[in-house]
Design a protein around this ligand. Structure first.
Ligand SMILES: Nc1ncnc2c1ncn2[C@@H]1O[C@H](COP(=O)(O)OS(=O)(=O)O)[C@@H](OP(=O)(O)O)[C@H]1O
Ligand SMILES: [Mg+2]
Ligand SMILES: [Mg+2]
Ligand SMILES: [Mg+2]
Length: 394
């Protein structure tokens, strides 16, 4: 049975005369020789026209990750809504401090509860690697925070979806999966760029589907990102979607119509623009400026919190994103890079670590086998990697 079809409207089934298939993971598992052609079509789904991918094989026609895409978009949109609502209500004493000293707000918990609830309903068998856990919400000490999370979460859910406090805790703790190389799991960063969120800057809700260690789907909601970078004071709230092999797209939160996105046309690093972390503790600004010099870059860097940096590159607002290790002990987390990874690749870019190795999402909750991240337009990627290696290993 193909679960992907259940969620698509019946019209999809009719139009394509889809039949059942042996596996959900057709795109990754089927040998190319079995496939006659690939086709991208637009089908009505949730009232809009997202593009879904159809494989035409000798055995029939199959939509790839259509249900996953639709559910992930809905989950990320609702979670983004709760973040916006929390921001409006936020007061300083609602901010906790976790062991890692990063600020965690009620919005992180609400967003994780919402996304995990949607995922669990649609894909009860799929495990989830989520950044947060419900520890701080339990017991008497967590009561006030739990009540806040409860009321704010239900504030964006419709009547039939409302959750009890217990259901919220359970949903958050569904994110405790250890990850790994086998089967499918989701990676969720309910708010990436918590610091950006708190200062009214950029942040993103980031969700990815990883199958056998490879990211197949990425959806990112960036509530404060202008839809058009050329109009920074224009409408904000942008959603990004990519499925491996199907291209990268963006849309406004307010509209379901998607636009295909791509890296900017560039064949020379002299004209490139860096997009880098606001926090020097997350990526070395000093090393970045040496690398910029090496590449002949004179344009000022765009500094931005969160994985919205990946989104900016994918639609051509900037060309190079470097995450240069600031300590030997920090290990990157899969939820900080999974959705960005497929978005960059599908928009015409390349991603590796500072040694030129692909990011390995198969080793658990962290990118234990990698160090740092380089993302850039494929046309200049090799030059960027060479400059990074020259500066970091003189
Ligand atoms: N030391 C260190 N080095 C690298 N990365 C770190 C480090 N400490 C934290 N983090 C992770 O950085 C995530 C936020 O990344 P950003 O790209 O938003 O950084 S920045 O705010 O733009 O500087 C942030 O994600 P969120 O916690 O989801 O905000 C952390 O997972
Ligand atoms: Mg965090
Ligand atoms: Mg993060
Ligand atoms: Mg986070």
């Amino acid at each position: 049975m193909i679960q992907s079809f259940e969620y698509a409207l019946p019209v999809v089934l009719e139009a394509l005369t889809l039949t059942s298939a042996p596996s959900l993971d057709l795109y990754t598992k089927w040998p190319r020789s079995e496939l006659e052609t690939f086709e991208t079509i637009s089908v009505p789904c949730f009232g809009g026209t997202p593009r879904i991918h159809v494989i035409i094989s000798k055995m029939g026609r199959y939509v790839v990750y259509a249900k996953e895409r639709a559910v992930a978009i809905q989950a990320v949109c609702q979670a983004s809504k709760v973040c916006q609502s929390v921001f409006q209500h936020l007061v300083a004493n609602e901010t906790l401090t976790k062991n890692d000293k990063s600020p965690v707000t009620v919005a992180d918990f609400s967003a994780q509860a919402i996304v995990n609830t949607y995922l669990t309903k649609a894909f009860p068998q799929d495990p989830i690697v989520g950044e947060e856990d419900a520890q701080d919400l339990r017991g008497e000490s967590g009561r006030m925070l739990r009540e806040k999370v409860h009321s704010l979460t239900n504030g964006v859910l419709n009547d039939s979806e409302k959750l009890t406090e217990d259901q919220i805790l359970q949903a958050i703790d569904r994110g405790n999966y250890g990850g790994g190389a086998q089967g499918r799991h989701w990676a969720l960063d309910p708010i990436d760029g918590t610091k950006g969120f708190l200062r009214g800057g950029q942040y993103a809700v980031c969700l990815a589907l990883i199958v056998d260690g490879v990211v197949q789907l990425g959806v990112m909601g960036a509530p404060n990102l202008p839809i058009d970078a050329a109009k920074p004071d224009g409408e904000r709230g942008t959603l990004f979607v990519a499925v491996r092999g199907q291209g990268a797209f963006q849309r406004a939160f307010s509209q379901e119509q998607e636009t295909k996105i791509h890296f900017a046309d560039i064949d020379n690093t002299h004209n490139a623009t860096f997009c880098e972390s606001v926090e020097a503790g997350h990526s070395s600004h000093d090393d970045a400026s040496l690398i910029a010099k090496e590449l002949g870059i004179t344009r000022p860097s765009i500094r931005m919190d969160s994985q919205a940096k990946y989104c900016s590159l994918a639609r051509g607002d900037a060309d190079i994103y470097l995450r240069l290790p600031t300590s030997k002990t920090y290990v990157e987390k899969i939820w900080d890079h999974a959705s960005g990874n497929v978005l960059i690749t599908e928009a015409g870019g390349k991603v590796s670590d500072i040694h030129g190795q692909p990011l390995d999402f198969s080793v658990g909750r962290t990118l234990d086998k990698n160090s740092g991240v380089i993302a850039a337009n494929a046309t200049i990627f090799d030059s960027v990697l060479a400059a990074v290696q020259k500066v970091l290993n003189p």
